[in-house]
Design a protein around this ligand. Sequence first.
Ligand code: G3H
Ligand code: ZN
Length: 281
Amino acid sequence: MLVPTGDLVAEARRRGVGVGAFNVITVEHAEAIAAGAEAAGVPVILQISENAVRFHHGRLAPIAAAARAVAALAAVPVALHLDHVESDELFDQAAEHGFGSAMYDAARLDYAANVAATAAAARRGHGRGLWVESELGEVGGKDGAHAPGVRTDPGEAVAFVAATGVDALAVAVGSSHAMTTRAARLDHGLIAELRAAVAVPLVLHGSSGVPDDELRAAVRGGLVKVNIGTALNVAFTGAVRAALEQDGRVVDPRKYLAPARLGMAEAVTRALQVVTNSGGA
Ligand code: G3H
Ligand code: ZN
């Protein structure tokens, strides 16, 4: 069933566990994430990035409708989040397409410009009932190549949240987007400082590159929303490749999309077991 993102995050925080937020590019991604969450028996966030909307010819409606329908049919609570939005126009469409939340990402701007743009977006978002996430201290690798990024300063984070009124903050603590190896090392001291200083829930981006034990420690340390995208595509595309290598004459997409969706669902279940501490080592 479709639920508001803010409720899922608040409940996870109350229970001291994380909530997984997984990136949706195609309808098969949405189906795989819902199936993976059902297998784990925990709630999940389906998130669609501005980049994914661009892939769908800049139109939010088709992929949002697919994600909404998958969420409505799911046997576990599912929230919809619009991710890494840099376009004001797209941000302002989130609520009407059924999203409970959106991330307004002005982290590429300098501090003052980030505050001004984010505060304005948060006001508009709240007016439409959205739970608004933003980012301070840019997590690297957004353009698709792993890059180290910078670190979020705790004092600046407190001031940023107060000045913008956002509901959650993505912080740069050592992860980086688009990693296909799990070699990231998080700065747990900084996570503790941020947790102690910042009142709103903290979000970890670029979690694909973070090893399981590091992820568990990050959630114990106070990260709540854990964003994972690339690792799912590694599972999905790996299964496509294997299916095509196994039979080079395949033409029906279902022959490779079915194993891809299954491989991705299994990756989602494993990740959720780590993030929610519901299983695994
Ligand atoms: O916002 C999306 C996430 O930060 C996903 O990052 O693809 O590196 O796991 P990732
Ligand atoms: Zn991200």
